[in-house]
Write a protein that binds this ligand. Sequence first.
Ligand code: PLP
Length: 415
Amino acid sequence: MSDSYIQNLFAERIGGNQYGKGTAIYKFEKIKRAKRAALAANPGAELIDMGVGEPDEMAFPDCIDALCKAARDPENRGYADNGAQPYKEAAARWMKNTCGVEGIDPDAQIVHSIGSKGALTILPACFINPGDVALMTTPGYPVFGTHSRYYGGEVYNVPLLEKNNFRPDLSSIPHDKLKRAKTLVLNYPNNPTGASATPQFFAQVVAFAKKHNLVVIHDAAYAALVFEGKPLSFLATPGAMDVGVELHSMSKGFNMTGWRLGFVVGNPLIVKAYADVKDNSDSGQFLAVQEACAYALDHPEITSKIAGKYGRRMDGLVQVLNKHGFGAKKPRGSFFLYVRIPRFVTSQSGQRVGFETAEAFSQWMITEKLISTVPWDDAGAYVRFSVTFIAKSEAQEQRVLGEIDKRLGNSRFEF
Ligand SMILES: Cc1ncc(COP(=O)(O)O)c(C=O)c1O
């Protein structure tokens, strides 16, 4: 069939008249295909999915009850626009009680988002002109960069290397990029490395932003999921409020990925610009969702329970992987365990296979072990295990971990 005239109308930012014609298969599609093939080759077998980036459980019952009640309230039926006061106030309380950040003005410094993803699509419109540079870290969540490119911006990715504890070496950014840079996006606890920031690192970031006139956007989607102590907010850093905002999310820390709610908090001028563009992009999240999430924010014990579960699973997984030679280290937060791939694996039959890339190793894990992980080759070859695998009880968690141990046990890994 010949091309429809529509083919010639696509914007260059999504490929212009070549849109949809590429033959490259992207990472997540390759994983999906490998999983399908592995199950077809092993009918009835259990595929252990360690690749999923969202909680395995529902929101807590009292949050669901709060949602049902709020959904019946006629006051909640309409457009939410830039948000309801109770959610903003609960967010300010949560920042104080859970993150130790005092004095946030909910009117001037907080606006909700339809998840952090929504905020990451809107914020580039506030800052990025053609030719501006958006500083990001790699591997990472690419959404801010994608939208910066849509606006004609350029992305400069700073690698997250193990030798730097997966924090960016800011001094490595070339001068010509820095001169044109307007934004620096960071994400801790980090997806996919699981790494956490430190107060010292955040202090360096504030000084760096002031020196180079940068806006800092700290994507704290996993903030609440810490295994020890309190979440570390960027905004707790002296001077941070002068340079940036932080993005929080109900998704991971409250088992609410599908509810689509988060908030942007911090510098009032940045929050105002975000609110202005947001007002022209969406009409806000359902007020009943905001009301139920305000309830959730006032119950931080929900997150403590969820983090406790991931921490326990993490301990078990680290132990299993290290038994087989992996150099796994329990992260301080998130639900991601990021491990360097082996160079070779020898199977029971004596066959020895080498891996050049994380993608090759991840495909082998699906095909040979029916264990799915997500590979990253952006800054070294690593695979990401998520401890969000399905297990309804601690006994089932142990069963899954035991199964991983058994499956890895009949191979020898060389690193
Ligand atoms: C680093 C990071 N930021 C943002 C998001 C988006 O989260 P939300 O559900 O709040 O939109 C994700 C989701 O996977 C993420 O990993």
